[in-house]
Design a protein around this ligand. Structure first.
Ligand code: AMP
Length: 191
């Protein structure tokens, strides 16, 4: 507990733009899941995290993703994929990405069913670097050749237990097969 209280965001060695964004967002002290996940994730390790909504888990995977996109590799390619069970969660995650990537020009897009695919296809064409996607529509866009998985370096399975409860396991398996084997994987589950 003592360690948790003194571990602030400075100690994660994140890109200075991300440090500024966390300050602006009002983050002062890392939450337990952030303290546990961010150092390992920044080092490129695979992660299994147990965390509910409201614990700061979104930033625990968004900050390492942004740090990687900003610190190495080519911009404008789809390099990170976050898979989540509902469109509401997809939008919430994308809001956190927007907040924490302010001023970096990193582009993200949400992909989910129940709305027209054309704006999503356009966002993919425009070079979205982070996709926040629900399984069904993402698979459609992969199968149609619109969503290209060949450059994915980081895969996040968010609310994995809920995805499986909702019957998404076959779709998630197909998505995992579609991304490169050599990648970083982070799995978050409430249970
Ligand atoms: P989440 O668990 O990802 O849904 O996050 C819950 C809320 O906590 C969000 O509104 C975040 O903006 C906020 N949050 C995340 N990390 C921190 C932090 N280290 N300090 C303060 N607020 C945070």
């Amino acid at each position: 507990l003592k360690k948790r209280n003194i571990l602030n965001f400075e100690q994660f060695n994140l890109d200075s733009r991300l440090m500024a964004a966390t300050k602006k967002a009002g983050y002062e002290t890392a939450t337990p899941i952030q303290e546990a996940a961010i150092p390992a994730a920044v080092r490129g390790r695979d992660i299994i995290g147990t965390a509910q909504t409201g614990t700061g888990k979104t930033a625990a995977f968004v900050l390492p993703i942004l740090n990687k996109l900003l610190s190495s590799g080519q911009r404008g390619l789809t390099r990170a994929l976050i898979v989540t069970p509902t469109r509401e969660l997809a939008e919430q995650i994308n809001d956190v990405i927007k907040e924490l990537s302010a001023g970096t020009k990193v582009r993200s897009a949400t992909i989910y069913g129940g709305v027209g695919a054309n704006p999503q296809i356009q966002a993919l064409r425009n070079g979205a670097e982070i996709l926040v996607a629900c399984p069904g529509r993402l698979l459609d866009l992969i199968n149609q050749g619109h969503a290209k998985m060949g450059n994915i370096e980081i895969l996040v399975l968010d609310e994995a237990d809920r995805m499986f409860d909702m019957g998404f396991l076959p779709d998630v398996k197909r998505i995992v097969k579609a991304v490169p084997e050599k990648r970083q994987t982070m799995l978050f589950s409430a249970t």
